[in-house]
Write a protein that binds this ligand. Structure first.
Ligand SMILES: [Zn+2]
Length: 368
């Protein structure tokens, strides 16, 4: 091992800042246009025509934001057949929005983006929504193997506390005291208040984000691939189904002591860590990578988005799976990774015409 290795964290080195918001801000509109051409086709000279399929250097009509094919005279934009095909925003502003999105660790709220980049809140909502759509549609679907950590975390449907703390309500305290003095058994629970009834409705929105993270086989430290799914509860059926679909048989699976995972021993080398006792066993059994994912998602829930709704929970769950997986990449690599997914998504199905009332109908499939 190099003696300097490990002294400086990768994120502190200058090499991660190879394409930042500042670089995007210093481009002209035409340079930003060419940047997107390069992000889409890898170079400005080897562009594939979407109409005839010829690969050649196209004629540029950069002031119109278009390219023209040498062979069939077809005009097309770098965003042809992508979620941003009908964009009206400047290339430069879009590039700056993407830089902002990739550089953030806990996500970018649409309202923050619209204040920074002078766009309508609707524009920023749809823009970030389309980026998340691409992350879902083009998620990494390769099977996980080696060491895989599995865990579930509860999101949405958090009950609210009432105006009064139930235990310290004066009448409750008086009643409890009286009953104690008389030697009576404890009174039955009071009937539900309106607030409590509302909380029951709220609880029905509760979902579990299930995460499966593969430990990096190269280094044995940190996770490099993440899969997520949404479930109603963290139960044996869900855990088994997800593991059997997403994890190669014979792999090592690490979980917490939840009984939902016990049956996994039939197909996998299953280890569990008792969280009530320790966070990692002496043999190194832990699920810190899964916890790291939840830590990031939870902080985004509280600190960035101020709450998730079940309908869009998968969008955020997948966004943060992606953020975890690219956390050690440079800014340029993150933009390339994100844009490769965007360009292979095709037209947006979930966000086209959103503000004209065309909303996604259902929640993403929820495991039972
Ligand atoms: Zn052509």
């Amino acid at each position: 091992m190099d003696k300097n290795e490990g002294k400086q964290h990768i994120l502190l080195s200058a090499k991660v800042r190879d394409f930042t918001l500042w670089d995007a801000a210093n481009l002209t509109e035409e340079e930003a246009f060419w940047k997107f051409v390069e992000l889409r086709w890898g170079s400005e000279d080897q562009v594939t025509c979407p109409s005839c399929g010829a690969i050649a250097k196209p004629y540029a009509r950069a002031n119109r934001g278009q390219l023209r094919c040498r062979h069939c005279d077809h005009h097309f934009s770098p965003f042809v057949a992508s979620p941003f095909a009908d964009r009206k925003m400047d290339f430069k502003k879009l590039l700056m929005a993407i830089c902002l999105y990739t550089a953030s660790a806990k996500g970018v709220p649409a309202l923050f983006m619209c204040r920074l980049l002078d766009m309508q809140d609707k524009t920023a909502t749809v823009l970030t929504g389309k980026l998340r759509e691409s992350l879902i549609q083009e998620m990494d679907t390769e099977i996980l193997s080696g060491v895989v950590e599995i865990d579930g975390g509860y999101f949405c449907g958090k009950p609210r506390k009432g105006r009064l703390r139930l235990k310290t309500r004066p009448e409750d305290v008086a009643a409890a005291l009286e009953a104690k003095l008389k030697g009576e058994p404890r009174a039955k629970r009071k009937p539900r208040s309106k607030a409590e009834a509302r909380n029951w409705a709220r609880r029905s929105l509760r979902r579990v984000v299930m995460v499966l993270r593969q430990v990096d086989p190269q280094t044995g430290k940190g996770a490099n691939r993440t899969r997520v799914a949404i479930a109603y509860s963290e139960n044996e059926r869900v855990a088994t189904r997800l593991a059997r679909i997403l994890v190669e048989p014979g792999s090592t699976i690490m979980t917490d002591e939840n009984a939902a995972y016990n049956v996994l021993s039939s197909w996998y080398d299953h280890h569990c860590v008792e969280h009530s006792v320790e966070f990692s066993t002496v043999d190194g059994v832990n699920e810190n990578q899964a916890e790291s994912y939840f830590s990031r998602l939870r902080r985004a829930e509280y600190g960035t988005y101020h709450g998730f709704r079940p309908k869009y929970l998968m969008d955020y769950a997948q966004e943060f799976a992606w953020r975890e997986d690219v956390r050690k990449k440079t800014e340029k690599e993150k933009i390339q990774d994100l844009m490769a997914r965007v360009f292979s998504t095709g037209h947006s199905h979930w966000w086209r015409g959103y503000w004209q009332g065309h909303h996604r109908e259902d929640e993403f499939p929820v495991q039972r």
